[in-house]
Write a protein of this length. Structure first.
Lengths: 151, 66
């Protein structure tokens, strides 16, 4: 395996596992993963609670609002961790992130603006939480693609 | 943009990881610079020139691709 092949191979898998880049990147990546996991758990627990599957909360009560806002606060922590990663990483990684975010944002806008047309054309109605996964998925796939492109 | 990064690194017997550490960038960035897939910003170009104790134009040639 040549040095370039080795660099490509390790960079790709390190990107997949979040261990790519400088020591600062790896530290910031761990923070992002921790916040993302906390967000996923918080979102799931809040949804189950508000649907009355864990315990019953009166709609409109302050307790229900607190439960609904907890994952929002955790999400802000995730955004802060991601911004910290982008500010701390090197210029190529910033370019990769910018391009991946452009694709993710574009996919989100495309979906939001065109989904109604697709529904009229015969596509099944989509749950808003499923629709939110499209830009996230596009962002993740784009990161892998652009990392591969600049290998 | 053409550059002599790989040659200069080889002359000093540095690995890509060592050069990346000295420039405070990722190894992927060093690889992308060497293969001409990515052109550095002016601050990074100055940093590279200072590290190799050369002028920027001694390392980078805007005349053509790698």
């Amino acid at each position: 395996m040549t040095e370039r092949d080795e660099a490509t191979h390790t960079t790709f898998w390190k990107t997949v596992t979040g261990a790519c880049g400088t020591p600062t990147d790896r530290r910031n990546n761990r923070r992002i993963v921790a916040w993302a996991l906390a967000w996923a758990v918080g979102l799931t627990l809040a949804a189950q609670t508000l649907k009355g599957r864990i315990f019953h909360l009166e709609a409109g009560s302050w307790e229900a609002w607190v439960v609904a806002l907890v994952p929002v606060v955790v999400c802000l922590g995730f955004i802060h961790a991601y911004l910290r990663f982008v500010r701390g990483t090197d210029e190529l990684q910033r370019l990769i992130q910018l391009q991946a975010l452009a694709v993710g944002f574009g996919a989100g806008v495309l979906l939001l603006l065109h989904w109604e047309l697709f529904e009229f054309a015969g596509m099944p109605a989509m749950d808003p939480s499923d629709a939110a996964m499209v830009p996230v998925f596009a962002w993740i796939v784009s990161q892998l693609y652009f990392t591969w492109r600049y290998r | 943009m053409k550059n002599r990064l790989r040659v200069l690194r080889a002359e000093r017997e540095w690995s890509q990881a060592v050069l990346a550490e000295r420039l405070d960038v990722s190894r992927q960035t060093v690889n992308a610079l060497e293969t001409g897939k990515y052109d550095p910003s002016l601050p990074l170009a100055f940093k590279i020139a200072r590290l190799f104790e050369l002028q920027i134009e001694d390392i980078f040639d805007p005349g053509g691709a790698v």
